[in-house]
Design a binder for this molecule. Structure first.
Ligand code: CO
Length: 138
């Protein structure tokens, strides 16, 4: 069902200073930067082998990541698994009784199709599934 860990999402207060920390001090290559309106974030992807770290900064305090930061501060936000067919995986998870946040996929970073699973079904960890856009991902 899940083919690999696509990325680990980390909520940050300030994207530029975080890019400095991860990109320069830890020498991770900045692969992509994008405002994802649908998720209320500006996000960057940093390469870690075939996977990524996704740094997320909220576009406003009212967004989900803005509320997360206000409540819990910066830190681990979600884990994202790559899938081949997100519609089929969502249907299978739903049939298996896994609580979903998104009943239908929406557009994520790099034009991927994404959906979030509720943390109460995934050990308290917000979980994302990602079907990359062909050619839009390595
Ligand atoms: Co993500």
């Amino acid at each position: 069902m899940f083919t690999r860990i696509d990325h680990v999402g980390i909520a940050v207060e300030d994207l530029d200073s975080s890019i400095e920390v991860w990109g320069q001090r830890m020498e991770m290559r900045l692969a992509h930067r994008e405002v994802v309106e649908e998720q209320g974030v500006e996000a960057v992807l940093l390469d870690v082998g075939e996977g990524h770290i996704e740094l997320l900064a909220p576009l406003s305090a009212e967004t989900p990541v803005g509320k997360f930061l206000a409540k819990r501060g910066p830190g681990l936000h979600h884990i994202a698994y790559q899938v081949g067919d997100i519609d089929a995986v969502l249907a299978a998870l739903s049939a298996a009784g896994v609580p979903l946040i998104d009943q239908q996929p929406r557009i994520g970073i790099r034009s991927s199709r994404v959906a979030f699973l509720h943390p109460r079904g995934t050990g308290g960890v917000l979980t994302e599934i990602v079907q990359p856009q062909p050619g839009g991902h390595d």
